[in-house]
Design a protein around this ligand. Sequence first.
Ligand SMILES: Cc1ncc(COP(=O)(O)O)c(C=O)c1O
Length: 415
Amino acid sequence: MVNSMTESNVIQPDNAQLSTKNRIKPSPRVNMAHLAKDMGIYPYFIPNYGQIGPRTIINGKETIMLGSNNYMGLANHPEMIRVAMEAVQKYGTGCTGSRYLNGTLDLHIELEEKLAKFTEKDAGICFSTGMQANLGVISGLAQKGDYIISDAKNHASIVDGCRLSYAETKVFDHDNMEDLERVLRTLPRDANKLVISDGVFSMEGNLANVPDLSELSEQYNARLMIDDAHGVGYLGKHGEGTGGYYNMMDKIDLLVGTFSKSFASIGGFVTAREDIIDHLQHHARSLIYSASLPPASVAAASKAIDLFYEGDERREQVMKNAKMFRDGLDELGFTTIQGKTPVVPIIIGDVMKMLKFNHKLIEAGVYTNPVPPPAAVKAMLRTSMIATHTEQDVQEALEIFEKVGRKTRILKKKK
Ligand SMILES: Cc1ncc(COP(=O)(O)O)c(C=O)c1O
């Protein structure tokens, strides 16, 4: 027997007719997904058929890509593609083992040394994803009797890293330094304490208050870890990230990042003092018990750092694009969240309205990321700009937003 949502491709068995071992707990999230599929407006797992650039091919149509994290526009850069291909030719397609055992290449070591220099730290190690970096770093460093003090809006991989650790986790209100101090004041001065915050918060694109985070961490004898997945590449003098934006790289004890965004590859990393990296090399389980990054990804990540050093024009361009797009949306009457990054969130408020609007945008040739609560406070479309978007891309996207916005009544009719 199937339930009423027969339009979705997944046939839903009736739980009442199944033995307990075959039942799956009902999930509001899955129900919502099926409802969206039935309405033909399901927005996830949509395939791209073209290069990952400012425009791609979706549903057979050229589409302006406003939903990637390819901030520096390197995902289809000819040099990135060249080094990735050369690495495959030289080393093969995969390392078939963990960094700890047979899976280390000279390329990994070179990349780690480059990362350490780039982020102004002693040493670094690479993980196979940013998620694995957070899982391994947090659980490998914070042990029983220690404390983790984590921002309420930190990325899910930080939340899961805290869950894996035997340390006690305390959560402070998002970006609220008074609340952070309230928490720190209650903790023993001599206990190991790790304060963790995203550098750029992934959904809304707002910057962490690194100056106050660092001052409070110092005052209360805690280490500071910043996950700068969304900040590295375009912030700072040569793209070193949020710490660079504040000119405070030295105040960050552990810098975590990912290669899946501005680096236009895949993988994660942490850089820190040498003894911390040494400890993690022997305690980070997601590093030790998982295969290492494949050659093509390492070579691309390494080339991305070279391109960041010479990336002033790209940094300027991505910020210019973000300003042009945000100003244009504001002028049209959309509600955007202000910010200093290429992430431009557009508040819609209602989940169904957001899904319908998003669907019409895709039909009209613009791709965005719909974000329902609780990942965002209110249902919103997360858009993000790329350094290689042209003025024509931005203007065309704005025209489509206006046309679809009026049709779907997200925008008021013109008087
Ligand atoms: C803040 C933050 N940390 C970590 C990650 C995980 O990175 P990865 O995609 O490399 O697993 C993400 C990815 O969205 C992120 O936004």
